[in-house]
Design a protein around this ligand. Structure first.
Ligand code: G1P
Length: 297
């Protein structure tokens, strides 16, 4: 029987310079969409896809992430004493089974591929998932769950994929399509951040991956690529060259680029509008300011 995907890597070592000065002392993954940190969305999605072991690749200054997933006895005792059971309930999703979460440090910022490689001993010889918490995906069925279902039908390496405008292709890993089968696309090559005008398609990799352990062997061997970094895209492309299958998966859902300020704000509005306790006030406010802006034109 095919091995189930139970381990996921969360690369969270980045400095988050696009959000300075906030990220001077707060890890970017702790920044909140409404009232939950970015990392919580990623963990929830992983859990719903059946992930049992969570591997964080961190760096100096990310201690707040470890604290976030720890119990907080003083806070909990205080809430219990005051009978604030609803607030106690909101903490439940932050608890991890003992031994289910591991932190590995990436000592040098050598790129996403290198960050994933740092977790190789914890993954050992089984397929695994990678989630980039910057890419937040609102979906009825969580994106990674959709991918696990696709993987059960069609094994191999699977990367989440989405059409992007041609002028944005140089910000992504881009797929070179062999055969387009609808939601699954078989891939004959991949290029990380292609120079504008050289992209093989407009189908971009989004931060969800199901990968085979052979990717670690490739990461051992490849040289630095785009931006002078060890690229995960190059290690996956190497697997194609080695004769293994790679698929792009067009997920159903809306992706927000929370690595950018505009994307983060859009996600904040979208997630707030999806909440019963915030929808009415916020939509009234948005309606009013749009009206005021129009009137001022
Ligand atoms: C990373 C990957 C890239 C992918 C992107 C999705 O790039 O290297 O292939 O398309 O995530 O968000 P980054 O955004 O870290 O530059």
């Amino acid at each position: 029987m095919r091995k189930k995907i139970t381990k996921a890597i969360f690369p969270v070592a980045g400095l988050g310079t696009r959000f300075l000065p906030a990220t001077k002392s707060v890890p970017k993954e702790i920044m909140t969409l409404v009232d939950r940190p970015l990392i919580q969305y990623a963990i929830d999605e992983a859990r719903e896809a059946g992930i049992k072991e969570f591997i964080f690749v961190t760096s100096r200054g990310k201690g707040a992430l470890e604290d976030y997933f720890d119990h907080s006895p003083i806070l909990e005792a205080d809430l219990r004493k005051k009978g604030k059971t609803e607030l106690l309930d909101t903490l439940k999703s932050t608890y991890m089974d003992s031994g289910a979460i591991a932190y590995i440090r990436q000592h040098k910022a050598l790129g996403l591929g290198h960050a994933v490689w740092c977790a190789r001993r914890l993954i050992a010889n089984e397929p695994f998932a990678v989630i980039l918490p910057d890419d937040v995906i609102a979906a009825e069925t969580p994106c990674l769950k959709q991918m696990v279902e696709a993987y059960e039908e069609t094994p191999g390496n699977i990367v989440a994929a989405m059409e992007v405008a041609p002028d944005k292709a140089s910000s992504y890993g881009i797929l070179d399509i062999k055969e387009d089968m609808g939601s699954l696309v078989s891939v004959k090559g991949m290029v990380e951040k292609p120079a504008s005008g050289t992209e093989p398609s407009n189908l971009a990799v989004i931060g969800r991956y199901i990968l085979q352990p052979s990717i670690f062997r490739n990461l051992n061997q490849i040289k630095s690529g785009a931006g002078g970094e060890i690229q995960l895209t190059d290690a996956i492309a190497q697997d194609i060259a080695n004769g293994n299958d790679v698929y792009g998966f067009r997920f159903r859902g809306q992706r927000f680029d929370c690595g950018s300020k505009a994307g983060f704000l859009q996600a904040t509005v979208a997630f707030a509008l999806a909440r019963d306790d915030l929808r009415d006030d916020l939509s009234r406010y948005l309606h009013d300011i749009v009206h005021m802006e129009k009137a001022a034109e």
